[in-house]
Design a protein. Structure first.
Length: 170
């Protein structure tokens, strides 16, 4: 199994989990922030979705310039999931079509003339795309918990799943 196949398997697992989190985002609480320095709920949820698009950028291009970046204006769960699914499908195709040799090529993130980092693509996929997604998904889980939204299973049942299992058992 080459490194891209290993990444693809993990990508599919993590995005399956991520979609469950996005599916329960309460758009009626869109401006919720657990702290004044935090992003609001919908900005965070859209960010979680848009990170998936960075896989395509990393695989198909040599850089991503945020100079003209505009965040999607997502209004409801259906739009959020459609956006996520579109980015996931594009990224999966990029992974499937990629030559493993590209993993050693460099990729950089810029904002106009400012270069934030330049790393081998394998490292960008692992840290900037995968770990970054997991980090923000966990943040989203904290927001959901504070709002009283049951947390979807991640790496096995969540505490909310155990509550349901206990209720069903008795």
């Amino acid at each position: 199994m080459n490194d891209l196949n290993q990444l693809l398997a993990e990508f599919r697992q993590e995005l399956s989990v991520t979609r469950r989190f996005l599916a329960v985002v309460p758009f009626g609480q869109r401006s919720f922030k657990p702290h004044p320095n935090s992003e609001n709920l919908i900005t965070l949820a859209v960010h979680v979705a848009e990170i998936v698009g960075w896989w395509t950028s990393c695989i198909e291009h040599d850089s991503l310039d945020f100079k003209h970046f505009v965040r999607c204006d997502i209004q409801n769960t259906e739009e959020l999931l459609a956006y996520f699914d579109q980015l996931r499908n594009s990224a999966e195709q990029s992974i499937l079509n990629a030559n493993p040799a590209l993993l050693t090529q460099h990729w950089e993130m810029t904002d106009g003339e400012t270069t934030h980092f330049s790393l081998p693509k394998w490292q960008v996929l692992r840290v900037f795309c995968m770990n970054h997604l997991i980090h923000h998904r966990a943040q989203l889980g904290v927001y959901l918990r504070i709002l009283g939204i049951p947390i979807p299973a991640t790496y096995g049942p969540s505490a909310d799943d155990y509550e349901v299992l206990l209720i069903e058992k008795f």
